[in-house]
Design a binder for this molecule. Structure first.
Ligand SMILES: C[S@@+](CC[C@H](N)C(=O)[O-])C[C@H]1O[C@@H](n2cnc3c(N)ncnc32)[C@H](O)[C@@H]1O
Length: 310
């Protein structure tokens, strides 16, 4: 069996992409990306997604052809690359230029089929929206929805989200949304989860001082992971007003039942964010009896860029 073929994270990707795991569409090239450093030495990067051939059906191919120019924000290093091209910086002036107006910017990371961000763009024409997604069918489907809705306040970047967040200028973004990140349930894959310290650093830098990072997951173990990464940070405050009891240890894939026997602790989480629509992905989690965890982390304190240099 090739790496990742039977993992739940791939299944989730397949659900989002609307393809089955058994249809032969999934190909796994690697679980990381090797990119040269300034001296040409390879740098091993852990990625939060599995690179797959996402063949487009006719409908999605037509959507991509019809709406690509209108919606794509080309930030990548070249065709087929999810790396952000060297020198690319997303700052307020580029936002004003690409969206045609300066408005608050909301970035959704891992938009899947785009249901959520297109609904938000429709309901909030006074806000600029940026979808970040790597998977071809998801990107094309987002274009399809956006084109049908005729929204003009949405752009889509098909790049590795941590790379992009790292080159957004300080304070450019009003909200970052990460809804149902791939769970990576095996213990040895937890490092591939999108919510990580370095990613949180980039999110914080990108946020305006009153900015917010909203996260949702239907995986209890991921909820604990989010608290572990986020709750002790001084540059974010957890503004949840619900108290949720979670196991205090990780159990890994297939051992979720053991979690209930572990000691539990109380954590602050949020009510469902009004601006989050029910996606197919969430529906599937609810049908499986999973509990949705919502998080709201407000920018607080100072981010790195504000720190006085020694
Ligand atoms: C489980 S799906 C959830 C999709 C959507 N948010 C929803 O709720 O239906 C996670 C999505 O994140 C995308 N993704 C994972 N890692 C990513 C990365 N590093 N950059 C951009 N997209 C990523 C995957 O391709 C997938 O579409």
């Amino acid at each position: 069996m090739r790496y990742g073929e039977s993992d739940a994270e791939s299944e989730n990707d397949a659900i989002v992409a609307g393809v089955g795991l058994e249809d032969g569409e999934l190909t796994v090239n690697s679980d990381s990306s090797d990119r040269g450093d300034d001296n040409g030495h390879p740098v091993h990067r852990v990625l939060s997604f599995v690179r797959r051939s996402g063949r487009l059906d006719d409908r999605l191919r037509r959507a991509r052809e019809k709406y690509g120019d209108r919606y794509l924000l080309v930030a990548s290093d070249g065709a087929g690359s999810f790396d952000v091209r060297p020198g690319f910086v997303l700052d307020a002036s580029l936002v004003a230029c690409l969206w045609g107006r300066s408005r608050p910017l909301v970035v959704e990371v891992g938009t899947g089929q785009g249901e959520n961000i297109v609904a938000a763009a429709r309901s909030h024409p006074e806000v600029n929206f940026l979808a970040v997604e790597v998977y071809d069918p998801g990107v094309a489907h987002t274009m399809l929805l956006a084109g049908k809705a005729d929204v003009d306040n949405l752009r889509i970047a098909q790049v590795n989200a941590p790379d992009l967040m790292a080159v957004i200028s300080v304070g450019t973004v009003s909200e970052v949304w990460t809804f149902f990140p791939d769970p990576w349930p095996k213990m040895r894959h937890h490092k591939r989860r999108l919510v990580q310290e370095g990613f949180a650093d980039s999110v914080r830098r990108s946020l305006a001082d009153d900015g917010v990072w909203r996260i949702a997951t239907d995986i209890e173990d991921y909820a604990l992971h989010v608290h572990e990464v986020m709750d002790e940070r001084r540059d974010f405050s957890n503004s949840g007003d619900l108290v949720v009891s979670l196991p205090l240890g990780h159990v890994g894939k297939g051992n979720a039942d053991e979690a209930s026997a572990l000691p539990h602790g109380d954590f602050k989480e949020s009510r469902r964010f009004d601006g989050r629509v029910l996606t197919n992905f969430e529906r599937k989690g609810l049908r499986a009896g999973r509990v949705i965890h919502d998080f709201t982390y407000r920018a607080a304190g100072h981010h790195e860029a504000d720190r006085p240099t020694a």
